[in-house]
Design a protein. Structure first.
Length: 120
């Protein structure tokens, strides 16, 4: 049990580090807060909420992975290297792609409810 708690502490430290040092992590988290508030106010179903949470978790996890890869790459190769640039660009692309799909899913789930609320 002690090992498990220690592992959880290290994991939480990584999340705190990303939140403290990565602007995009804070942006994604803030957007998630807004979307969750909207979801509850608009009365989304459990399935819709599960989809929102799943895609949001994917975005946040990819942002954490991106932070880890960038930190490791910078530590291993502080000088500019085009190969490292490709790795960083691919990780950033993965986050962006997941975020774009998250927005699309949010629109599909929330926009009809918003339009209905507005009388359209």
């Amino acid at each position: 049990m002690r090992k498990l708690l220690k592992s959880a502490w290290f994991a939480w430290s990584g999340i705190r580090h990303a939140y403290a040092h990565e602007r995009n992590m804070r942006i994604h988290t803030a957007i998630l807060g807004v979307v969750l508030c909207a979801a509850f106010l608009l009365g989304v179903s459990r399935v819709e909420l599960a989809v929102i949470l799943a895609v949001s978790a994917l975005v946040l996890c990819l942002e954490l992975a991106n932070t880890a890869v960038e930190s490791l790459a910078d530590a291993l190769k502080p000088d500019r290297d085009p190969r490292i640039g490709v790795v960083k660009d691919c990780m950033a692309g993965a986050v962006m792609l997941a975020a774009c799909f998250a927005v699309a899913i949010g629109v599909v789930i929330l926009l009809p409810k918003i339009l209905h609320l507005l009388g359209f």
